[in-house]
Design a protein around this ligand. Structure first.
Ligand code: CP
Length: 326
């Protein structure tokens, strides 16, 4: 049987997402107390795109769980170039207890999960960034005390992985997710439909606003991201023009709730998608957000390790199996 993986945000049900966030909070409170990857079990970690936060947080987090971060040079390995994704997957599954991969196409990640025989974690694809969203939700919960019922406004390039992931993960958490994006840069209708379907079960909602002021007005959480995602560098000048009205500066943030917090997954480009005053200002929680990558990803690894039968559920400080009693 194919083990469970985290390939996109809606791979976790609302109850599972809440359990993973509880587990992340417990790991944050006691970072060295739980060793579900003791052995050490190896976790293969591969990057086909640049990274700072993801590579460091996975390395540190896997070590804190008692495991070994097996950093695989994806250029040397030539995944999908020197040999097929399926063949690489079969080899990695024989060496590691899980695979963490940042790549371009979502389909390649799905192929890795189909053939590896071990849990696979999406460390960012063109379509989704679910580990970032778990860190974001953990950060919102820490600063606002809850998730359900809060309004989260994502402004900028809504068609990128963060826009998609905010729709799915925010709806799963019972939040009201607003995407504020110009015409032609919104998530697909299929993505809105998938998120809206989840929202009917959680009390959340999703909507698109073309006007950045309408998107941000009254929001409890305001999120933005680079206008030039990895691989789109040749569109930088055109995008700077299209997205200029969506810059998250002091003027736009003034429309949000007075207690609103600001998230950015980083790296940030001050003076482009966000002003220096907002990024470095009192409403910004981006450094907590960056730290929370480690705690959230540890929770995902532990959750998947339990579901794959690699470690007993009782090793964890939080119940992650349905019907499990403590
Ligand atoms: N936010 C994020 O994924 O950071 P890196 O690209 O540096 O890993």
């Amino acid at each position: 049987m194919t083990p469970r993986s985290l390939l996109r945000d809606d791979d976790l049900s609302p109850a599972e997402q809440a359990a993973v966030l509880d587990l992340a909070a417990a790991f944050k409170a006691s970072p060295y107390a739980h060793k579900p990857l003791a052995g050490p079990r190896s976790v293969a970690v591969l990057f086909d795109k640049p990274t700072l936060r993801t590579q460091t947080s996975f390395s540190a987090g896997i070590a804190e769980l008692g495991g070994h971060p097996m950093q695989v040079d994806s250029l040397l390995a030539g995944v999908g170039v020197r040999e097929s994704v399926a063949d690489v997957a079969r080899v990695l599954g024989g060496q590691a207890s899980a695979v963490v991969w940042r790549t371009f196409e979502q389909a390649k990640l799905e192929e890795m999960a189909s053939y590896s025989g071990v849990p696979v974690i999406n460390a960012l694809t063109d379509d989704f960034h679910p580990c970032q969203l778990l860190a974001d939700l953990l950060t919102v919960r820490e600063h606002r005390g809850t998730l359900a019922g809060l309004t989260a406004a994502f402004v900028g390039d809504g068609a990128n992985n963060m826009g998609n992931s905010w729709l799915l993960a925010g709806a799963t958490a019972g939040m009201h997710v607003v995407i504020g994006a110009p015409e032609g840069y919104a998530p697909s209708q299929a993505m809105f439909d998938a998120a809206a379907k989840i929202a009917t079960t959680t009390g959340g909602s999703v909507r698109l606003e073309l006007d950045p002021v309408a998107a941000v007005t009254g929001a409890d959480v305001v999120i933005t991201d680079t206008w030039v995602s990895m691989g789109m560098e040749d569109e930088a000048a055109a995008r700077a023009e299209v997205f200029a009205p969506y810059c998250l500066d002091e003027q736009l943030l003034a429309y949000a709730d007075p207690a609103a917090i600001v998230l950015h997954c980083l790296p940030a480009y001050r003076g482009k998608e966000i002003s220096a005053g907002v990024l470095d200002g009192p409403r910004s929680v981006v450094w907590d957000e960056a730290e929370n990558r480690r705690h959230a990803q540890k929770a995902v690894l532990a959750f998947l390790a339990v579901h794959a039968g690699l470690t007993p559920a009782t090793e964890l400080p939080v119940s992650v199996l349905p019907g499990e009693t403590r």
